[in-house]
Each structure stands twice: as C-alpha cells, then as structure tokens.
Write a protein that binds this ligand. Structure first.
Ligand code: SF4
Length: 405
C-alpha cells in the first residue's frame, strides 16, 4: 500500500506519528527512557489506563496479560522453565489499513518500548516482531538492532508473506514456532494463543506504542486511522481525542465528508453505515456501538458520490474469499459462493431470488469457520444490504443509480 505522508493532528504534537522518524537518541530525547517497573506495576498501569487492543478486536490488554500470566503459571507448574512469549504484531493484512505501517516506520522505538514492557508484565524471556517484508519491518529491525545491547528481552524478527489472515493471533503464534502464518482453530474464549506449549501475548504495534506512552504517564493519543476513498489514496492520520468520523474524513481531504454517501467502518470485515449514520459518531467502540459498528483496526473506507456500494462490497467479499486459508469448508467454499451472489446483485442480475439466496448464504457462513474470517465477510454483506436499501431495490430492477465501482 502506498500511503500519503501522515497529516498533522488538528491540535497538539503527534505522539504516535512524529516526523522525522526518530533514532533511539531522538526518541529518548523526545520522550525519555522507557521506565521498566515491576511486572505488577506495569499491569496496574495498563488496567488503570483501560488500554485495549488496536488490531481490531479492542480486547482489554490487562485481561490478555492476566490470561497469559495465569496460563504461564500452570505451564511452569507442569514443566518448569517454560516462559511465555510476547509478540509485536505488525502484520497489517487489511488492504484498506496502513496506520500500523505508518506508526512502525515513524515510531519503531515506541513500539519496541511497549514490547519490553509487555514482556515485563507477563515474565516473558523472549520476544518476536511479526510482520510482512517492507519498510515497517525494516524500521523495526533497525531499531531492534540499535537497542539490542540495552533491552532486557531479546527480540527476533519473523517475516511472513503478505496475507489477510497472517495477522490473526493464532497465525502469529504458529509463525513464531516456524510454521505457516495461518490461523489455528480459535482458542476458547479468553484463552491465549500458544507457542510450543507456552502462552503467547500477541499485541498489535499500536497497542504496544500506546502501552509505552501510558507507562510514561503521557496522555492517551486520539485515534490512529487509515482513511481512503475511490479517488483518494489511503492516508494514515493521528487525530485528536474524541474525534468523529467526520473529522477523520475531513483530515484526509477537506471536502470528503460532503461527498461521502456511505462509509465502510472497521475495514473489509467491517460495517457499512450511511453518511448520515456515521459522520457525527465518535471514532470509538462506544461512539459507534449504537449504530452497530466498531472502529476495528481504525479503517474508514468512504464510498463517495458515484460509487456503487454493492459493487464495492462485491470486490471486498471476493478479496476475502480469495484470502481464505482454505482450512474450513464453510470458509473456502462458502465465501466464493457468497462473493458470486453479491457480484450477481451488483451487476443487476439475480433478482429477488438471488437476493434471498444471498441472505441465506450470509447466515450459512457466520460462526462456521475455525477463525472469524467468514464472520467478517458476512458482516460486510449484511450491513451493505441494510445500509443502502434503495440501492438494493435499484439493482433488483436491473440498474444502478451510481456509476463507478
Ligand atoms: S475460517 Fe477460513 S481463514 Fe479461518 S481458519 Fe478456516 S479456512 Fe482459514
């Protein structure tokens, strides 16, 4: 993905996307050395700060740390010497997202500070940085080498091919063991991923950067998002706290809110909202929950005037179908079927019977994969049908009021 350069936040200094990219000396001069308090103190700060994962799930980071610590205690009792692993997840497989790459490139030391703190919190003795080959991984590798003499926990790089599912938590754990970066069956609720029988704490790079700011006692930065539109290359933006969807679009392009008819919020596995429903919502789980959406990994894909939401959805679902890890039938057989039905609708073919089959196909894939990949595709389709009923009706009549897919 080619990103436009980060835009300045509307107010205040950028904490996550400073320019130019700092070396370790610049980083320490700007923020001071990373404090490494005792494990319980790190956890207390994380809990008090309410830190949540920014890879898309928004799960409580303190809860993840608690789960890893509990599992590690059991693993040690069964087989002494088995320490947990921590992983910085920089594998940004979502095609509409570039904020993790922008962050890792601009602030690699902030991410690695967070990785050391996460290791401290769970008693890890080794750490990995997991990502796709490219400038972000290069920046993290250079930073890790620069600070290796000072860091208490050694860091190893795991480069994996670019793929949508390569950033899933279990895929990160599998790659850390030397296997393919493909998901394993979802662990039971709340259970950590495992590497060679020991628990793994996998945290997105933005989550780690925020952890490093929180432990320094700095204020929490506003949302970090990637905004794109059919005529606008993806742009990574650090916004002020409390920013709304409208602010994010306007920061990417001043007139974008005015020419947006719908927004895919949260990424390819996200939720379509009309502009009316989305624009004045705060970009947070709480702000978006009343309209049935979540920021996910901070992705906003604007469908501007002239863009067919159904054609865009068809392209998204085809991409997700092609991205299946082909391990579960409902995913690798169900998603191409789903994509084909959306393509039929978008082309003005299929009629009411095709629409009925599409709705049925959505229900058949939800919850049926070993991971949540099929659920994301289903969410995108179901929300498109709900958000633009007039467009659906027009396509059933064999025409599209918009012109550009
Ligand atoms: S649901 Fe799809 S992506 Fe997930 S493990 Fe199964 S085949 Fe792979």
């Amino acid at each position: 993905m080619t990103l436009l350069p980060p835009a300045p936040a509307p107010t205040g200094a950028l904490l996550l996307l400073p320019t130019p990219a700092p070396r370790l000396a610049d980083h320490v001069a700007r923020l001071g050395p990373v404090p490494l308090p005792a494990a319980d103190a790190v956890l207390d700060v994380v809990r008090a700060g309410g830190l949540r994962g920014r890879g898309g799930a928004w799960r409580s980071t303190a809860a993840k740390m608690d789960a890893v610590r509990a599992r590690a205690a059991r693993a040690r009792a069964a087989r002494p010497g088995r320490a947990p692993l921590v992983a910085a997840n920089a594998a940004e497989g979502e095609p509409a997202s570039g904020k993790d790459a922008a962050l890792a490139t601009a602030s690699p030391h902030l991410v690695l500070d967070g990785l050391q703190l996460a290791a401290r919190a769970v008693g890890a003795e080794h750490a990995v940085v997991h990502g796709h080959p490219g400038p972000a991984l290069d920046a993290l590798a250079a930073a890790a080498a620069e600070r290796a003499p000072h860091d208490p926990v050694p860091v190893r790089l795991v480069a994996v091919p670019r793929a949508y599912v390569a950033g899933q938590e279990t895929a990160v754990a599998r790659a850390a063991e030397g296997g393919p970066a493909l998901p394993r069956p979802r662990p039971r609720d709340g259970a950590p991923a495992e590497v060679a029988g020991a628990p793994a704490l996998v945290l997105n790079v933005e989550t780690l950067a925020r952890l490093a700011l929180t432990v320094r006692g700095l204020p929490a930065p506003g949302p970090l998002v990637t905004v794109s539109a059919p005529d606008l290359p993806p742009r990574a933006l650090e916004l002020r706290p409390g920013a709304r969807v409208r602010d994010a679009l306007a920061a990417a392009d001043a007139d974008l809110p005015g020419r947006t008819r719908a927004v895919l919020v949260g990424g390819y596995a996200g939720t379509w909202l009309t502009a009316d429903a989305a624009l004045d919502r705060e970009l947070s789980p709480e702000g978006l929950a009343p309209v049935g959406a979540s920021p996910g990994a901070g992705v906003l894909l604007a469908a501007t005037t002239g863009t067919c939401v159904l054609a865009t959805t068809a392209a998204v679902v085809r991409y997700l179908a092609d991205s299946s890890a082909r391990q579960c039938g409902p995913c690798w057989r169900g998603l191409p079927h789903l994509a084909g039905l959306v393509e039929e609708l978008a082309a003005g073919r299929g009629g009411p019977e095709g629409l009925a089959r599409l709705r049925e196909a959505v229900g058949l894939v939800v919850g049926r994969g070993a991971c949540a990949h099929p659920d994301g595709a289903a969410s995108t389709v179901a929300s498109a049908l709900a958000a633009v009923p007039d467009d659906v009706a027009a396509h059933l009549a064999g025409r599209c009021a918009e012109v550009r897919p």
